[in-house]
Design a protein around this ligand. Structure first.
Ligand code: ADP
Ligand code: MG
Length: 364
């Protein structure tokens, strides 16, 4: 029988990193969330060759304190959460302290950072594959942090080849994800640029630090898209399932507010593809496939041949869901999802019923 041995630390780190950073979307997501957690009001995302060569996120947030240079990319080092008990009161995107350490394992990763009092002096940090600080060097820079991810997945050749093969599609997904962050982030000027080959910088989209999500949507998708939307304002109330009832037996009702914007339920206001649908839980962008399905089903009963634009933020008690399901935190476990969805479908149908259903002139 073969002896059972521990896998060497370096290989474990590679394997686990590949679960935190699974694709281009996770790179962009982790970096942008770090910028938002650092209270940035300007976030610039730069791609080279659709992200294959480089994804870089520059922010004007608080920067990294010199005392933290050594630990910033070490695994499970975070400035945001000290113990599991803190999870329920968490108000940051990050808390696992895994993103930067994973990026060190999977790419050429470096950071340039400056706190306000250090400007115009910044520090460039380079790391070993393990996340240990390898080199720090003084350079010129503005307040905030620039994190650069070069040659993503270079040490996972199969995944790198897969990414190269599907880069157009993957890049499209990243841009969609960035749209979601840009639209939900009021008070933040967001921009994304891409350089492919020798072509000039192409601005993919930008927002102007608007006060409302509506203005953000107009910046990202255009005024025409905005004009086809109606406000999404639902108050969902439903009985919690047996398991969720509080001990003591008193009656409790789950209350969830849904806020956002959605296409009017008539032909001509939707789109042929469901590529403009974004969901949030307490402003955290996340994948909610069952909820997306419910929205699309109800919409279909009003407009058979098109998909709606959906921007929906589910505002609920932090005890009503769990973000700590997968390392990338895109998957959210909603307690009582079944009852929530039933209630959502009824409210949506009532809302569409009450909406203006005249077909736009251009479609007559
Ligand atoms: P987490 O976000 O879960 O804490 P990360 O690996 O993403 O873990 O980041 C590690 C730490 O590095 C953060 O807790 C934060 O202190 C610091 N950091 C990362 N990115 C930035 C940034 N853009 N601005 C300021 N600090 C940052
Ligand atoms: Mg993070």
């Amino acid at each position: 029988m073969a002896t059972i041995k521990a896998i060497e630390a370096r290989s474990v780190h590679q394997i686990q990193s590949g679960q935190v950073i699974t694709d281009l979307c996770s790179v962009a997501k982790e970096l942008v969330e770090n910028s938002l957690d650092a209270h940035a009001t300007t976030i610039e995302v730069r791609f080279k060759d659709n992200g294959l060569d480089l994804i870089e996120v520059q922010d004007n947030g608080g920067g990294i304190a010199p005392d933290n240079y050594e630990s910033v990319a070490l695994k499970h080092y975070t400035s945001k959460l000290a113990s599991y008990d803190d999870l329920s009161s968490l108000n940051t995107f990050g808390f696992r302290g895994e993103a930067l350490s994973s990026l060190c394992a999977l790419s050429d990763f470096q950071v340039v950072t400056a706190q306000a009092h250090q400007v115009p002096v910044a520090t460039k940090l380079e790391f070993e594959v393990s996340g240990k600080l390898a080199k720090k060097q003084v350079c010129a820079g503005r307040k905030g942090t620039t994190a650069s991810v070069g040659g993503i997945f270079k040490r996972l050749p199969v995944r790198r080849r897969e990414l190269e093969k599907n880069i157009k599609r993957e890049y499209g997904k990243v841009v969609n994800l960035l749209h979601a962050y840009a639209c939900i982030s009021t008070g933040v000027s967001f921009s994304a640029r891409n350089t492919v080959g020798k072509t000039k910088n192409v601005t993919v989209f930008s927002t102007n630090g608007n006060r409302t999500t509506k203005e953000n949507i107009a910046n990202v998708y255009g005024a025409k898209t905005l004009s086809a939307l109606i406000p999404l304002e639902l108050e969902l109330e439903f009985e919690p399932s047996h398991a969720m009832k509080r001990s003591g037996g008193e009656d409790v009702v789950n209350k969830i507010q849904v806020r956002g914007h959605i296409s009017r339920p008539v032909f001509g206001e939707g789109r042929q593809t469901p590529d403009r649908q974004m969901f949030f839980v307490n402003t955290r962008p996340c994948a909610l496939p069952q909820i997306a399905k419910a929205f699309n089903e109800v919409y279909k009963s009003f407009n058979v041949s098109q998909s709606p634009f959906i921007f929906a933020d589910f505002q609920m008690d932090t005890n009503a869901y769990d973000v700590n399901v997968s390392p990338d935190k895109r998957t959210i476990l909603l307690h009582d999802a079944g009852a929530l969805i039933d209630s959502l479908k009824v409210s949506l149908a009532q809302m569409f019923e009450a909406a203006d259903q005249t077909v736009p002139q251009s479609q007559v």
